[in-house]
Design a protein around this ligand. Structure first.
Ligand code: ADP
Ligand code: MG
Length: 445
C-alpha cells in the first residue's frame, strides 16, 4: 500500500519535494481509520503534517483506506542515513556532513544526453562555459524557464562535469527546498555555525528552484549571506528558478539584484524540431532497454506535433509507449500511440472547444447546429450528436456534466451513454470509425 501511495504522492508533490519530505516516511500501520506514519525527526513530522497531510490522506484514502486521520510518530533513524559505506568515501577529507547536504546527481542528466536546439542553445552554451571552468566568468549563472524544460538536467550536467575536471573541487548541488530544510534543522539542532562553515567552504554552490525560498524570510537571509560570502571569495554559483529574478515575488530586492549581477539566461518553451530531436535521442537510448522495438514511420513526428507541454511529459509518454509495446509484443503504430496515450494527448488538446466540435460535426453530417443541443431524437440527428459528445469527451478535458451542459443541459448519464454507444459502433462499423478519424483530424488541424 505504501509503495503505491508513495508513487502517487510523488506525482502530486513533484520529485524534489518528494525526496525531501515524503521519501523518509514509513507507513507503520492503519487501524480505526488512523494511519500511523513514522518520521525520522520531529522537524520532519511537523513539516509534513502541516504541509502534506491533506495529500497523504487523500492518496491513502483513494488506495483503499478508509483513512480519516494521520498520526505521526518520531523514530530515531538508525545512526546515519547516508547509504554510502564509509570505505567508499572519496580520498580528500571533507567536512563532516557534506554528503548529507548534497543532493544526489541523476546519472542520465549529462551534457551528452542534452539535446540542443534554438530554445535552449544559449542556456546550454552558458552551462558548458561554466562547467569548463577557467576564470569565473559568469557569476552567478542564473538559469530560468518553465517546468520540465531542462534546468535541473543542465545543473546536474554542470556539477558532474566540474567534478570530473577538478576532482578536488567541492561541488555542492541541492534544491532551495533542501537548503531551507537543512538550515531550519541546523537552527533547531543549534548547529548553525557548522551549517555556515559547510556552505562557506564549497568551491561551487548550485541551488535549484530558488523561487522556493521566496517569502521564507530567515532562509532567504541565510542564503543571501552564503551567496555573498562565496561570490566575494570568487567561488562559482549557479542558480535556477522557474522565472526571471525580477519576477520572483516575496524575494528581497537586494537578493534579486544580486542574482542578476552575473549572467541570466532562459530556457524557452520547446519548438517542434527540438521535441523531435529529443524524441529521437530518447528512442535511441531506450533501444538497449527494449531490443527489437519497432516504430512505424511518423510516430515520433506525431508526438512532437501533439505533445507540446514540456519535455518531462514527452519523455513520460515515450516511456509508456515503449513499455506498452514491449508488453504487447507489437510494433508501435500511430493507432497504438493514440490509444495508449489518449489521456496525455487529450490534456495537450485544450485548444479544441466543444462548440467547434459541434459545428464541425453538424457541418459534416449536414444537420443544423441547433439540433446539436435540441431535443430531436431521430437517428439522422441523434447519431451525429452522439459523435459530437464522443469527440468532446476525447478531445477536450471537460467532464461529463460540463459536456452535458453544452449539449442543451443534458444529464451526464446521457453523455456517458452517447460516448459508450459510439465506442461500441466504432469497433464494429468501419466507415463510422473512418468518419470519426476524419472529423478528429479536421478538428486538430
Ligand atoms: P526542469 O528542472 O526545468 O523542470 P528537468 O531538467 O527536470 O526540467 O527536465 C525534465 C526532463 O526532461 C528530464 O528528464 C530531462 O532529462 C529532460 N530534458 C529536458 N530538456 C532536455 C533536452 N534538451 N534534452 C534531453 N532531455 C531533456
Ligand atoms: Mg527542476
Amino acid at each position: 500500500l505504501w509503495g503505491q501511495a508513495r508513487e502517487e504522492l510523488q506525482k502530486i508533490v513533484g520529485a524534489d519535494s518528494f525526496s525531501t519530505w515524503i521519501e523518509p516516511l514509513r507507513l507503520t500501520g492503519v487501524s480505526d481509520g488512523t494511519a500511523t506514519i513514522a518520521c525520522p525527526t520531529r522537524f520532519l513530522s511537523d513539516w509534513v503534517s502541516r504541509h502534506y497531510s491533506d495529500d497523504i490522506l487523500k492518496v491513502l484514502d483513494r488506495m483503499g483506506g478508509p483513512v480519516q486521520r494521520l498520526s505521526f510518530e518520531t523514530r530515531s533513524p538508525t545512526a546515519r542515513q547516508t547509504a554510502a559505506p564509509a570505505a567508499r568515501r572519496p580520498a580528500p577529507p571533507r567536512p563532516a556532513g557534506e554528503e548529507e547536504l548534497a543532493a544526489p546527481l541523476d546519472s542520465r542528466f549529462t551534457f551528452e544526453n542534452f539535446v540542443v536546439g534554438k530554445p535552449n542553445e544559449l542556456a546550454h552554451a552558458a552551462a558548458r562555459r561554466v562547467a569548463e571552468g577557467g576564470p569565473v566568468t559568469f557569476n552567478p549563472l542564473f538559469l530560468y524557464g518553465g517546468v520540465g524544460l531542462g534546468k535541473t538536467h543542465l545543473m546536474h550536467a554542470i556539477a558532474r562535469e566540474i567534478q570530473a575536471r577538478q576532482p578536488e573541487a567541492r561541488v555542492l548541488y541541492l534544491s532551495a527546498e533542501q537548503f531551507m530544510y537543512r538550515f531550519v534543522q541546523a537552527l533547531r539542532d543549534r548547529t548553525v555555525m557548522d551549517f555556515k562553515e559547510l556552505f562557506r567552504t564549497v568551491s561551487v554552490l548550485m541551488v535549484d528552484d530558488v523561487q522556493f525560498i521566496a517569502g521564507k524570510d530567515s532562509t532567504q537571509e541565510e542564503f543571501f549571506h552564503t551567496f555573498n560570502t562565496l561570490v566575494d571569495q570568487g567561488k562559482q554559483i549557479v542558480i535556477s528558478a522557474d522565472r526571471a529574478p525580477g519576477e520572483i515575488k516575496d524575494m528581497e530586492e537586494r537578493i534579486k539584484s544580486r542574482l542578476q549581477c552575473g549572467l541570466v539566461v532562459d530556457l524557452h518553451p520547446t519548438d517542434y524540431e527540438l521535441r523531435l530531436g529529443i524524441l529521437q535521442s530518447k528512442t535511441d537510448s531506450f533501444r538497449t532497454q527494449y531490443p527489437g522495438l519497432q516504430i512505424a514511420p511518423g510516430v515520433l513526428e506525431f508526438l512532437a506535433h501533439r505533445i507540446t507541454s514540456n519535455v518531462r511529459v514527452l519523455e513520460g509518454a515515450l516511456q509508456r509507449l515503449f513499455a506498452f509495446a514491449s508488453l504487447m509484443g507489437r510494433e508501435i503504430t500511430l493507432d497504438m500511440t493514440q490509444e495508449c496515450l489518449a489521456d496525455i494527448l487529450r490534456a495537450n488538446d485544450r485548444k479544441v472547444s466543444i462548440e467547434e466540435i459541434q459545428r464541425k460535426v453538424a457541418e459534416h453530417y449536414n444537420i443544423r447546429l441547433a439540433d446539436m443541443i435540441g431535443p430531436k431524437r431521430v437517428r439522422t440527428v441523434a447519431r451525429p450528436r452522439q459523435i459530437a459528445m464522443y469527440l468532446a469527451k476525447q478531445m477536450t478535458s471537460r467532464s461529463l456534466p460540463e459536456i452535458g451542459r453544452r449539449f442543451g443541459g443534458r444529464d451526464h448519464t446521457t453523455i456517458m451513454h452517447g460516448v459508450k454507444k459510439i465506442e461500441e459502433l466504432r469497433g464494429a462499423d468501419r466507415s463510422l470509425a473512418e468518419d470519426i478519424d476524419l472529423l478528429r483530424r479536421l478538428l486538430e488541424a
